[in-house]
Design a protein around this ligand. Structure first.
Ligand SMILES: [Zn+2]
Length: 417
């Protein structure tokens, strides 16, 4: 094995940054209100651009299926090595504009506050990782859009790794399967992913944060819908008869444990989060998301919602209250613990670059959560991006190249199995 640890080698010998900038300019924002696959036509334009690049890099079978999943294969050169997958998503967040993205390169960064259009600034005080990037080239948007490093950095890093392998065919490698997925930001990325057709032993998403971060653990997530039926009566003659569903919906929200909310928790703590309340005097509905790292604790949160609903009915027997709890995704750690080599090799690949791995739980889900639950173990690798989903998003090209080194080391480690 020939471990890669010099990001400059990648920056000199691949079109990593050019490919990223080209993809960043394509508007691939996803749209949760759209029922289409992919949810927006711009994603197909982005996928088509990636498909051409994959073909150039020797992945002759690159093709986009009807749902907007781009799959491709780089045949291996080590008989018997397990097939490994690399995955990134083409869409950008609906939270902020991704139209007419104009990437700006801040060369030889010296620790200053970066000033963009519209008074947008990115300072080392607010974004401390910047202090580790002195001398780097920092890429940002121009202040009017997000950058889309989430996750076009991941896409460009996969392309650069493939470009390097194409130019160095003697480097030991298993067969590598590549997937570029649509609609990750609206939670649909794993939904129509054909795990069987992908045919990998395990896979890695490149969809993480700053240098060194790897993730083998995500939240387990459920959603809860609490439907409250009151008794509607004309307010002029309502005395003793009206049971106002709006007031009881408010009482329900008020009864949630105040300290177990997203705004008061961090690290491995879970929460209840009311996301929507709607209705009128006769009926109201409260939607919540429930999050925890332990499945037992998540189940307990669902039970607590049912108890609080029961308590409403005890206080006002004329109310109708029903609770529906739906599974959203599960902590990938449940499956990864049975396949420890999947994370172990990732950690080893990071160390070979000379970086201390930070194994962190994600307070959210990834495409990998859904894929792992579907039988494809898929932890997550850093891409270098910081301040996702807004105009302050930035990425260092050196850290991008480190992610490519990690990917190339990982591929070689799997070739040795
Ligand atoms: Zn992402």
């Amino acid at each position: 094995m020939r471990a890669l640890n010099d990001p400059n080698v990648i920056l000199r010998s691949t079109r990593l940054v050019d490919a990223f900038v080209e993809l960043a300019r394509i508007d691939t924002q996803s749209d949760e209100k759209s029922p289409a696959w992919p949810s927006t036509p711009g994603q197909r334009t982005g996928l088509e651009a990636v498909r051409r690049k994959l073909t150039e890099r020797g992945l002759a079978d690159a093709a986009i299926d009807k749902n907007g999943y781009l799959f491709a294969t780089l045949p291996g050169n080590r008989k018997g090595a397990p097939v490994i997958g690399l995955i990134a998503h083409i869409d950008t967040s609906p939270d902020y504009s991704g139209k007419d993205v104009s990437p700006v390169a801040h060369a030889n960064y010296q620790g200053e506050t970066l000033a963009l259009k519209n008074g947008v600034t990115i300072s080392p005080e607010e974004s401390p990782w910047l202090t580790q990037c002195v001398g780097d080239t920092i890429l940002t948007a121009d202040g009017t859009t997000l950058l889309g490093a989430d996750d076009k950095a991941g896409v460009a890093e996969i392309l650069a790794a493939l470009e390097y392998l194409h130019a160095n065919p003697d480097l030991p490698r298993p067969t590598v399967r590549v997937a570029i997925t649509p609609d990750e930001e609206i939670g649909r990325g794993a939904e129509k992913f054909d795990v069987e057709r992908f045919g990998a032993h395990c896979a890695y998403t490149l969809d993480g944060g700053f240098s060194g971060e790897v993730n083998g653990e995500t939240f387990s997530a459920d959603s809860a819908a609490v439907a409250i039926a009151g008794v509607a009566v004309h307010p002029g003659t309502a005395k003793g008869k009206l049971v106002n569903a709006i007031r009881w919906a408010a009482a329900f929200v008020e009864s949630l444990p105040p300290d177990e909310s997203p705004e008061k928790t961090e690290g491995r703590q879970g929460f209840y989060h009311p996301t929507r309340i709607s209705g009128n005097a006769s009926e109201a509905k409260v939607s919540l998301i429930l999050r925890d790292f332990e499945l037992g604790k998540l189940t307990a949160r669902g039970d607590a919602i049912r108890r609080l609903a029961e308590e409403l009915r005890r206080r006002e027997p004329r109310l109708g209250v029903t609770v529906e709890i739906t599974e959203t995704y599960r902590n990938m750690a449940y499956w990864l613990k049975d396949r420890p080599e999947v994370m172990d090799r990732l950690v080893e690949a990071v160390k070979l670059v000379g970086i201390e791995p930070r194994v962190e739980p994600i307070r959210g889900g990834t495409d990998g959560s859904g894929l792992t639950a579907k039988g494809l173990p898929t932890p997550n690798i850093f891409t270098g991006g910081v301040n996702y989903h807004g105009p302050q998003e930035w990425i260092s090209t050196r850290v991008m190249a480190q992610a490519v080194c990690v990917t190339l080391n990982l591929i070689q480690l799997w070739a040795e199995k």
